[in-house]
Design a protein around this ligand. Structure first.
Ligand SMILES: [Zn+2]
Length: 127
């Protein structure tokens, strides 16, 4: 199966799981695989309808679903986080990222679930 075929399947599965669990219309409007010049890679899932409250209440399950999604894409992300729209309770995207050493050092300096107002960390594997 190609990467894009797998992205299509994984997007649909994750959207269904989130809708069933949260009981409201969650839209995963785009799922992208990415590779950055620094060496980071992973997947970004742009969301509509997902709120910070949902993350706080269902974090354990959402992290599990995201881990399943990562596995289906053949990636093992050391960093799983949500990007928030600052000043709102809206989540803009969910991110599965395999950190390069440089970015690892950057994020390792921060602490807590929200080292920046636009980031909510679900998982950060310390080396
Ligand atoms: Zn990087």
């Amino acid at each position: 199966m190609t990467l894009t075929e797998q992205l299509l399947i994984s997007r649909g599965e994750l959207e269904n799981k989130l809708r069933n669990m949260l009981g409201k219309p969650i839209f995963l409007i785009e799922m992208d695989g990415f590779a950055l010049p620094c060496g980071c890679s992973g997947a970004t899932i742009n969301t509509r309808g997902l709120q910070v409250d949902d993350l706080e209440v269902f974090e354990e399950y959402i992290l599990k679903y995201l881990t399943d999604t990562a596995q289906s894409l053949g990636i093992d992300p050391s960093f799983v986080f949500a990007r928030l729209i600052p000043g709102t309770s809206e989540i803009a995207s969910l991110n599965l990222r395999m950190l390069c050493n440089h970015c690892y050092m950057d994020f390792a300096r921060g602490s807590g679930k929200q080292p920046r107002p636009d980031i909510y960390i679900l998982r950060f594997n310390r080396k």
